[in-house]
Design a protein around this ligand. Structure first.
Ligand code: SAM
Length: 269
């Protein structure tokens, strides 16, 4: 289901001022008790900004910024892919995170190996990355892994739409790109014999510390020098145990993870 706004138009969150400079008004914030009060307070705060700084505004995903260039919103291929594939308000509110993934994937084009995502869920961010890069025509693979289904009451974060049919839906989403493969199973076990030897871009997004450490144990050695590893939710308070485990894991190997304002952790190998 799409709630993007007018079919074929730009995402409804995108606004441009008279000079064409972009702002993005995402609606999703996590952890708000009083949404109406929060929105009112934000509008009041924005009204206090000096006119020449009241542009380059970004809201969403627990980020509120102003006076920024928001350069990723000048990338037409990126905006087109967001308009086409970010179907929900959450997917559009995390647009800055998705821009980081596109950056990391483009960086991967200069490295040896395939692309990997552990925890693809509906496949939205991978689809956007693949589309921006014209992945279907590239001589490399994109390997996507997910459980797609787990019993109620398990230790996993419940995600809407999980179920037996999600695996088929995600495969269908990449039907036009035969070099994108989707695997159902539990990371790290599913990686055994079904993962690439060299990796140019690794995205880990499972909201589950043991699985994420398992992915690093299995895959980090295969990441090419200069390849980017993006750790989703590294900066979110709700996932501080995951952050602690990953920070310690990387520190033991001499790496420092930078926490980005988007709440992603980033390591360049
Ligand atoms: C936040 S969602 C991923 C969102 C996706 N990366 C995107 O950008 O659209 C987290 C996903 O991790 C998956 N997951 C959690 N533990 C897993 C495991 N051990 N192996 C495979 N997938 C797992 C869940 O099923 C869920 O779909």
């Amino acid at each position: 289901m799409s709630d993007t706004g007018d079919a074929g138009g730009p995402p409804r969150e995108l606004r441009r001022n008279a000079e064409g400079r972009p702002s993005w008004f995402g609606q999703t914030f996590f952890g708000i008790r009083d949404r109406a009060g929060f929105a009112q307070a934000l509008n009041k705060a924005f009204a206090t900004i000096a006119p020449n700084w009241a542009r380059g505004t970004f809201t969403g995903d627990n980020l509120v910024t102003f006076g920024k260039n928001l350069s990723f919103l000048e990338d037409k291929a990126f905006l087109d892919a967001i308009a086409r594939h970010a179907d929900t308000a959450v997917e559009r509110s995390i647009v800055w995170r998705t821009a980081v993934l596109v950056w990391a994937a483009r960086n991967g084009l200069r490295r040896e190996g395939d692309f990997v995502e552990c925890g693809c869920y509906r496949g939205t961010s991978a689809r956007i990355v693949a589309e921006v890069l014209g992945f279907g025509a590239l001589p490399r693979g994109y390997w996507l892994y997910d459980l797609f289904d787990y019993p109620e009451g398990s230790t996993h974060t419940h995600m809407p739409g999980m179920g037996a049919e999600l695996f088929e839906t995600v495969k269908a989403r990449f039907a036009d790109m035969p070099n994108v493969q989707v695997f159902r199973g539990s990371v790290p076990e599913v990686l055994e014999g079904r993962s690439p030897d060299r990796i140019a871009f690794l995205h880990i997004d499972m909201n589950h510390a043991p699985a994420e450490i398992g992915a690093l144990e299995a895959l980090f050695d295969r990441v090419s020098p200069g390849g980017a590893i993006v750790l989703d939710d590294y900066g979110y308070q709700g996932y501080v145990a995951q952050r602690d485990a990953e920070r310690a894991w990387f520190a033991a190997r001499g790496y420092d993870v930078i926490e980005l304002p988007t709440s992603q952790g980033l390591v360049i190998k």
